[in-house]
Design a protein around this ligand. Structure first.
Ligand code: UGA
Ligand code: MN
Length: 470
């Protein structure tokens, strides 16, 4: 130490000469001791930070200190006792995060993050975190959808994603290999779920010593199954693109795109891949007898019934919703319908001459329906105005949509009997708001034929393949 001191004082020009150099040396020595002390402290801090970067906090610590401010973090950093505690409790997180789940279904996935979330469920702090997860769909969506996009290239195989931390957290998800009439089977949904749940664990680890309050427990909201009938026409890819990017804002959603056709169209598959929302693409042609008819056709009925069949086979929980490809949807309705216990209803704008189709609510009770065409229907509602619990549907094995133009919604809802009016939930601010619209796209004439000789070897040859011809 003394050597150091001498050495250091040699660097001081003031000390080297003149009166009072002894005094100055004393002052300098205090300065130097302070410098050494600070340096040592810095090294200690750096070493400690490195240490904790290798050790995630125990779940119990996260719960207990969730609400604490940065002053807590500072005290933690300086305390060798808490260092010991972090060491000893690291086993706990090992136990909670090494839960490895394999699922053969697209509907239920338990992940490491979920386990942590359940543990957290015991404390008020965690309730805040869970609600935070539920009310920030965009954040989770963006991370999960990015993953699904990366899986969405050409999918036929089961997707396996493994995430690991230094405590050997392993989360494995195996997606369904659907044996249905599907040409495209997405693995993105389960992967997305996994990553959505696993991400907070990983980010927690990275940020543990920096910004602890950013930890968000991934508590999966109930899954949504969106059944979208579609058919080939000039507007088809545009409609699917617009709807798809709306759905991309919604987490834990499987998009069942069902085309009224005998075979799938690779252009539709490609469009769905590009959007990156987890999907299943199936076909369900309208029966010939309805195609031939001069009268109104039951549009989208075989498609929706195919969707119901898929849910009976693959889904166990969550909520189903029929979303025609041409309508307009505010994403908040998806977050609201997610928790439907039986049937939920809400207004749909741009329906008939009344401009809206809606249940009428008086004193918190449904007293009737407002719609420009009642037509003797028990449930005069639009397709876009209701959602049904998957469990509730599965308890009614005969429920389906009738091939009866104008009465599809009514027939389907009636087939869900027994259903008491008092059991229907009313969403969109108790039907005081409009969050879905029955928009209709202008019909476009099929594109005229391309002069192939004239435009040989140009980009138009490629674009031509995307167009619908007469
Ligand atoms: C209205 C309702 O909103 C529909 O839910 C209902 O099925 C339809 O009336 C009906 O009663 O027939 P609207 O806008 O008139 O809908 O019908 P479209 O949008 O043309 O078709 C409804 C859905 O079925 C769309 O998703 C569409 O892509 C699909 N569709 C339509 C087919 O799958 N095949 C067709 O031949 C026509
Ligand atoms: Mn429509």
């Amino acid at each position: 130490m003394k050597g150091n001191y001498t050495h250091l004082t040699m660097y001081s020009g003031i000390n080297a000469s003149g009166h009072g150099s002894g005094k100055m040396s004393l002052g300098k020595s205090i300065k130097m001791y302070l410098t050494i002390f600070i340096l040592t402290t810095c090294i200690y801090m750096a070493l400690y930070q490195y240490h904790i970067s290798q050790e995630p906090f125990a779940a119990s610590d996260v719960v207990k200190h969730q609400e604490k401010s940065s002053s807590y973090i500072a005290s933690y950093l300086w305390s060798p006792i808490s260092l010991l505690m972090a060491n000893s409790s690291s086993n706990t997180i090992n136990q909670s995060t090494t839960t490895s789940t394999t699922t053969a279904s697209t509907t239920t996935t338990t992940t490491a993050g979920g386990t942590v979330g359940q543990k957290l469920g015991a404390s008020p702090a965690s309730i805040r975190m869970v609600s935070l997860a539920a009310t920030t769909p965009t954040f989770v969506s963006s991370s999960s959808q990015l993953r699904s996009g990366s899986v969405g290239g050409h999918r036929k195989t089961a997707g396996i994603r493994t995430s690991s931390t230094s405590t050997s957290t392993t989360t494995t998800t195996v997606a369904t290999a659907s044996g249905l009439a599907t040409t495209t089977t997405t693995t993105a949904k389960t992967s997305a779920k996994t990553s959505a749940a696993a991400t907070p664990t990983a980010s927690h680890k990275e940020n543990a010593h920096k910004t602890r309050p950013t930890f968000v427990a991934a508590s999966e909201p109930p899954p949504l199954y969106i059944i979208t009938p579609t058919y080939r026409r000039p507007e088809q890819l545009a409609e699917l693109t617009r709807l798809g990017y709306t759905l991309k804002h919604v987490v834990n959603l499987l998009w069942l795109v069902i085309e009224d056709a005998n075979a799938t169209n690779p252009l539709v598959g490609h469009t769905l891949d590009r959007i990156g929302v987890p999907y299943e693409y199936m076909v369900a042609p309208m029966p010939e007898k309805y195609k031939q008819t001069k009268r109104a056709k039951p549009r989208g009925v075989s498609n929706r019934n195919r969707g119901l069949e898929y849910l009976r086979q693959h889904a166990t929980e969550g909520v189903l919703y029929f979303a025609d490809d041409d309508n307009t949807y505010d994403i908040s309705i998806f977050e609201q319908m997610r928790y439907t216990t039986k049937v939920a209803m809400w207004p749909v704008g741009l329906v008939t001459k009344t401009g809206v189709s809606s249940p009428i609510i008086k004193d918190g009770k449904m007293v009737g329906y407002y719609d420009g065409w009642i037509g003797g229907r028990k449930y005069p509602v639009d397709m876009a105005g209701f959602a049904v619990s998957v469990k509730f549907l599965k308890e009614r094995p005969n429920a389906q949509m009738p091939f009866k133009p104008g009465y599809e919604e009514d027939g389907f809802l009636r087939s869900l009997a027994p259903l008491d009016n008092t059991e229907i939930e009313f969403l969109a601010d108790e039907c005081r708001d409009i969050l879905t619209w029955h928009t209709q796209t202008k019909k476009n004439a099929p594109a005229q034929a391309l002069n192939r000789t004239h435009y040989k070897n140009t980009n138009l040859e490629h674009i031509d393949k995307l167009l619908v011809r007469p």
